[in-house]
Design a protein around this ligand. Structure first.
Ligand SMILES: [Fe+2]
Length: 288
């Protein structure tokens, strides 16, 4: 019996909330439409894809600077991933914000292009939410600010380059109980991905299930949301999303999702990412 079979026998299939057909879709747009981001934030639709929002030249410049940056770091031992910026996963609030401050200059140096895509995204979102009295800002704590964008590239060689996971569970990390981002779990946790380069493959797999607490507890994923054994997702509706350089997409991160590996390990999949959501009726915060 393999580890996953054992996990399935003891844990059973994932159960949870699944959306109706008019919700479970990643709606396609040519270019940026921040109103669609609001639809995802408000839980009216699962996701939105903005094709070609970032021009090829900008993508090339950002990817080049990322790979050339002396501040790029690796994560993991087997097939390590590369990243620049900070990520909050499994850290104390203090450590995450400290790392965010340390990385800020290096991240800004990479993103210093005309039409910085993170700035464009935040400004567009802020403009459409302003009439409703909603402010968009970086998450903060004790005067320190979250990282505004995480550049990353994986080279996973398994069935998925990034195993099936959800982005919501990690927002209940006990070490971050004092951090305002945890209030996003009462709303929708939305993932932002800006694709800079994507070799071949590298599609997003997106399942129509937001796992319930009972499933997470049985699988031991309550505060991590990763990895869901593939077998536990058998029979769950799933969509593939093609992703190309320049595409920007957002989706409800409470749904299980995964990233397909490139068929050619020489080719790189590099993205600029963040997570965001409402923490109260008038505030959207972003972090990484
Ligand atoms: Fe994710």
């Amino acid at each position: 019996m393999t580890f996953t079979e054992e996990a399935l026998t003891t844990a059973g299939p994932v159960t949870g909330w699944s959306g109706a057909p008019d919700y479970f879709a990643i709606r396609e747009y040519s270019g940026f439409d921040p109103h669609a981001v609001v639809d995802v934030l408000r839980g009216r639709i699962a996701g939105a894809m903005f094709r070609g929002m970032v021009d090829p030249e900008t993508c090339g410049t950002l990817a080049e600077r990322f790979w050339a940056s002396p501040h790029r770091r690796t994560r993991g031992v087997e097939a390590p991933g590369h990243f620049l910026g900070a990520y909050h996963y499994h850290k104390t609030t203090r450590t995450y914000l400290q790392e965010s401050a340390e990385a800020a200059e290096a991240v800004d140096a990479v993103l210093d292009v005309p039409g910085d895509p993170i700035k464009r995204f935040h400004q567009g979102l802020a403009d459409v939410l302003a009439p409703d009295g909603v402010h968009v800002r970086l998450a903060q704590h004790d005067g320190a600010q979250a990282c505004r964008g995480l550049l990353r590239s994986w080279h996973g060689h398994g069935e998925y380059a990034l195993a099936p996971h959800d982005d919501r569970s990690q927002c209940t990390e006990p070490q971050q109980a004092d951090f305002e981002i945890q209030r996003v779990v009462d709303h929708n946790v939305v993932a932002l991905n800006i694709c800079l380069e994507n070799g071949n493959g590298g599609r997003l797999a997106y399942w129509n299930v937001q796992p319930d607490d009972a499933s997470k507890l049985r699988l031991g994923l309550h505060h991590t949301g990763s990895p869901y054994p593939l077998e536990s997702l058998d029979g769950v509706e799933m969509e593939w999303l093609e992703v190309n350089a320049g595409d920007v997409y957002v989706f409800n991160g409470a749904h299980v999702h995964a990233v397909e590996p490139n068929t050619d390990p020489e080719l790189r999949r590099t993205t600029l990412a963040a997570i965001f959501g409402f923490i109260d009726d008038s505030t959207v915060v972003s972090w990484t």
